[in-house]
Ligand binder design. Structure first.
Ligand code: EPZ
Length: 437
């Protein structure tokens, strides 16, 4: 099992290119099931989760070609031979549930394993199922699978989400594109990844209005066609790497991303005293002299502060000159990075959904354990600032969402390298250790 070794205390300088969005790509790939013509995705990220989604689609009979060193994916769905998404794939990645809506809309049948929980929470899929039932799906939950049918096809409906759900919005949106009549989805998620999905579906011939607002209106059509679509930049990768110079010192330009993708996060980052400048190719982040100011953070659906950047922001705030409160309102168990940061000398008190961080002058390197994708990168960030060596174990979590992380950071002067237990070449994640997220 690989680990990453970071020797802290080196200010960063240079440029980091931001890749395509993992979470956009994980909904764009199953959207290909809505047509029997190829869907080509450019600017695709090269990540373990993307490979897992490709394996799932291929298990259904799709062909997924990876071109230009993985940057371009061509998803061919002419011969869907199987409508069953097996547990052994779904358990590795919760986003697998996103094949349910498209398969139902395309062929009126789908059997998809329930994803089960993961490290950050129970993460039920009840809202996905309620929305699809409103569109006319007949759903039967048994032996850990959703057995879904729509013998007379799906029909338009007005559905209000009881709480904002990115995945449930994506599943319902994709299914509604081929439903008979008009669908209105209210209290829908407004994440940029959903706007990107809407743009792609429109290119495929779908008729959708309202992206970026809480209400999506979809006029069902008889069929969709293939297209080529560029995946939007990954705003969570962008925010993560903005925090690298912020915590380690120095100045780094992040290319390929824009302030608009990370507005709420950037506002909080600038409130600590870090400077963020718009450049021709993206954003430049510079750490000022001296300690940063503490800030309070509350995670919320877009356009609020992204839950996927909470762990990384906490790493920064462990070194602020004062006390910060971080409130996690999206997931019930997303502070697992806190005990690991405390091993490095951070002072954090967690009570329910709130973490109180009292800034310290210095973190000290230590062996720490990654528990989930975003927690693992927060430990890497802390290691960049810590005195001494930090070894982050179980970095297969990292590989799910961060492409070539060591190369990107070491190109800016970080002392960071990937190790294996026997010192050999880095290997793949042990299958039994990878759980869904
Ligand atoms: C997406 O997960 C992202 N994953 C997550 O990113 C992200 O943290 C999350 O949205 C919130 O922004 C992908 O896009 C692949 P939700 P998703 O449905 O769709 C509850 C990362 O690190 N809920 O918006 O699963 C749920 O438990 C990952 O890249 C229900 O109760 O998130 C949570 O508390 C982690 N019932 C809240 O809603 C449901 O049917 C928001 O979840 C669905 C969700």
């Amino acid at each position: 099992m690989d680990s990453i070794l970071v020797r802290g205390g080196r200010p960063l300088s240079g440029r980091i290119a931001i890749a395509g969005s993992k979470n956009a790509c994980l909904t764009l790939m199953p959207a290909a099931l809505l047509t029997d013509e190829p869907l080509t995705l450019t600017n695709a990220p090269r990540l373990a989760d993307i490979r897992t989604m490709a394996v799932l689609l291929e298990s259904l009979g799709c062909e997924v070609a990876s071109l230009q060193d993985g940057r371009v994916l061509v998803v061919g769905t002419e011969h869907i031979s199987n409508h069953r998404a097996d547990y052994d794939i779904v358990r590795k990645m919760r986003a697998s549930i996103l094949v349910l809506g498209p398969m139902l809309a395309r062929d009126g049948a789908a059997v998809v394993s329930l994803p089960g929980g993961c490290a950050i929470g129970a993460r039920p899929v009840d809202l996905h199922l309620e929305a699809l039932a409103a569109l006319g799906a007949e759903l039967d939950l048994r032996d850990g699978y959703v057995h879904a049918r729509a013998p007379r096809g799906l029909h338009g409906a007005r559905f209000t989400f009881p709480l904002v759900s990115v995945g449930a919005t994506e599943n319902a949106l994709m299914a509604a594109t081929l439903a008979r009549g008009t669908t209105v989805l209210e209290n829908a998620a407004c994440e940029p990844e959903i706007a990107d999905l809407v743009r792609c579906l429109r290119r495929m011939g779908a008729r959708i209005e309202g992206e970026g607002t809480g209400t999506l209106v979809i006029e069902g059509v008889d069929r969709l066609h293939g297209t080529t679509h560029p995946v939007i930049p990954d705003r969570i990768e962008l925010g993560t790497y903005m925090l690298a110079p912020a915590i380690a010192g120095g100045s780094v330009e992040l290319t390929g991303g824009s302030r608009a993708l990370v507005a709420a996060f950037t506002e909080k980052l600038e409130a600590t005293g870090v400077t963020v400048e718009d450049t021709e190719d993206g954003l430049r982040v510079t750490r000022p002299e001296g300690r940063l100011r503490p800030v309070d953070v509350v995670t919320a659906p877009h356009p609020g502060f992204p839950t996927d950047l909470q762990a990384q922001m906490m790493a920064l705030l462990t070194l602020a000159d004062g006390t910060s409160q971080l409130e996690e309102r999206i997931f019930e168990n997303r502070f697992m990075h806190a005990p690991e940061l405390m091993r490095m000398g951070a002072r954090i008190e967690v009570h329910g959904g709130t973490a109180t961080v009292t800034g310290v002058e210095e973190l000290r390197g230590a062996p720490v354990m990654a528990t989930d994708l975003r927690a693992s990168v927060s430990l890497i960030l802390a290691g960049l600032a810590a005195k001494g060596e930090t070894r982050v174990a179980r970095v297969y979590h990292l590989d799910r969402g961060y492409e070539r992380l060591e190369a990107k950071l070491s190109s800016c002067g970080a002392a960071i390298e990937r190790m294996t237990r026997d010192g050999g070449a880095p290997g793949q994640a042990p299958a039994e250790q990878v759980e869904g997220q």
